[in-house]
Write a protein that binds this ligand. Structure first.
Ligand code: BG6
Length: 484
């Protein structure tokens, strides 16, 4: 099977923060890959805008290096790289002042789709939005893309939303959560809503519990100053894990259309119960054989910020009453592994003997590594010797099921940027969703601050603090092994 690529319309994409780390690692290599796959039209323009005083050639050299570092050799065809670099220009710009804006206006074309990527600190969102309007650069159909962190609590998120709303309509604002651009995350919707098999069972009557794990092996070294002010709750749970939870738990939307999907996600966040303090475990990694401790990685040697969090959640609605959702995420864990696990209940009556009781069906949606879907079923063990039951996987690793070309899956960022150009907001967060997520997160963080809560230490290369295991043991359940 060959992957189908549908070219997008001609566009002008301005990247504010065009010399930054995200641009270098994700945005620019991603755009190159879309160019290589012929999805990006050769006439499209990418304009870097940042404080650095340099010309377009200097920025092209920076982009060339980024491509060399972050694009696989098979896709780094010299003529294609040169053709891509020809689409690039650069404008030195003062986000807080007046310099550079006239130059930027001169580069914009009247007919092409207009997109402005704010890959900058949130404090610059307002000044940039204002200047785009005051200098008559952004048209009424322009799209703006904003990066996380979208605020650090409900109050700051509301203020950011209000600032952006002064200059742009909600339909023009694309708030990125790159987890929504991951292939398997979208597949979750396909599995649920394009098959008859699962949806009738997708409720508290048949599902025992749900586990969502996002485990990373990296620490916070290099990003310590940002991370120490955030912690796992703000950095991962409020956004990425919350989005995974929403897509798993939401009601079927009437259409696969931005507001229909986002309305359903919002209802899930609003139905979340406040979390009991005893249902959350916070951790902080210690030093290990191959790396520094969390406290060595950040400036504040007495920091109480968590690098791990595990929790048990309840969704108060008809579908989920009685089915707990367990979430966990952490740095410096055993393996890099992200998955959503749906554990079904046992059959109501065992017709077999005790010794051969059927196991629970488990549906696993693997985000990384080896994106795919796996369903565990109980069957008879082949051969003579009476009825013996055995658990077997029905494994749909995409690379195996669909072939390497289709499974050469675009990075989340490149997919989402193409959605911006297409004008499709389905995989972006709406302002009210972000606010609702902060509204749920804030009291938890405030509780920790009030009680001066100290995270539990955990060994790097493990599944986090022991108490996270106990969170499930005490309910008679077990986390899935964290394995690559
Ligand atoms: C980012 C967080 O949003 O997501 C990082 O700020 C985290 O701390 C990263 O490492 C994880 O993304 P991925 O795609 O590597 O799972």
């Amino acid at each position: 099977m060959v992957a189908r690529v549908i070219p997008v319309d001609d566009f002008d994409l301005v990247i504010f923060g065009g010399t930054g780390d995200l641009a270098r690692r994700k945005i620019l290599p991603g755009l190159y890959r879309r160019f290589w796959s012929e999805q990006m039209p050769p006439a499209a323009r990418i304009i870097g805008a940042a404080r650095t005083d340099q010309d377009s050639d200097a920025w092209r050299a920076f982009v060339r290096e980024a491509i060399e570092e972050f694009v696989s050799p098979a896709k780094r065809v010299p003529e294609t790289v040169e053709a891509f670099l020809d689409c690039l220009s650069y404008v030195p710009i003062d986000a807080m002042g007046t310099d550079g804006w006239a130059d930027l206006r001169a580069l914009m074309r009247p007919e092409a789709v207009q997109a402005f990527y704010f890959s900058v600190a949130p404090s610059l969102f307002g000044p940039i939005a204002e200047r785009l309007k005051d200098n008559a650069i952004a048209r009424d159909d322009a799209r703006i893309v904003v990066e996380k962190p979208f605020g650090r609590d409900l109050e700051t998120a509301k203020a950011l939303n209000a600032t952006l709303a002064t200059h742009f309509d909600e339909a023009q604002i694309y708030r990125i959560d790159h987890y929504l651009g991951k292939e398997t995350v979208q597949n979750l919707m396909a599995v649920r809503f394009a098959n008859m098999l699962f949806e009738p069972l997708w409720n508290a009557q048949y599902i025992d519990h749900v586990q969502i794990t996002v485990a990373e092996t990296v620490g916070v070294g290099g990003r310590g100053s940002y991370y120490d002010k955030s912690g796992a709750m703000r950095d991962m749970v409020q956004n990425h894990l919350m989005q995974l939870l929403c897509l798993t738990a939401m009601e079927p939307p009437a259409h696969f259309e931005p507001n229909a999907v986002r309305d359903e996600k919002l209802k899930v966040i609003r139905a979340l119960d406040p979390v009991e303090p005893g249902d959350i475990v916070r951790g902080q990694y210690q030093a290990g054989a191959d790396g520094a401790s969390y406290l060595d990685d950040v400036e504040d040697s007495a920091s109480r910020t968590e690098s791990f969090v595990a929790m048990k959640l309840h969704i108060s609605n008809w579908r989920w009453n009685g089915t707990p959702f367990y979430l966990r995420t952490g740095k410096r864990m055993k393996s890099r592994m992200s998955e959503i696990v749906i554990q079904f209940k046992e059959p109501p009556h065992n017709i077999f003997t005790e010794a051969v009781s059927p196991r629970c069906n488990i549906l696993t949606i693997r985000l990384q590594p080896d994106e795919g879907i796996d369903l565990r079923m109980t069957i008879k063990e082949p051969g003579p010797g009476g009825m013996r039951l055995v658990e077997v996987p029905m494994d749909m690793t995409f690379a195996e099921a669909l072939g390497p070309e289709v499974a050469d899956i675009p990075d989340a960022y490149e997919r989402l940027i193409m959605d911006v150009i297409r004008g499709n907001q389905t995989l972006f967060m709406r302002g009210d969703e972000v606010e609702a997520a902060w509204g749920w997160t804030d009291p938890i963080i405030a509780g920790w601050t009030r009680s001066e809560h100290v995270p539990l230490p955990y060994e790097p290369g493990t599944a986090g603090p022991e108490d996270a295991l106990i969170l499930l043991y005490r309910d008679g359940r077990r986390w899935r092994e964290i394995s690559a």
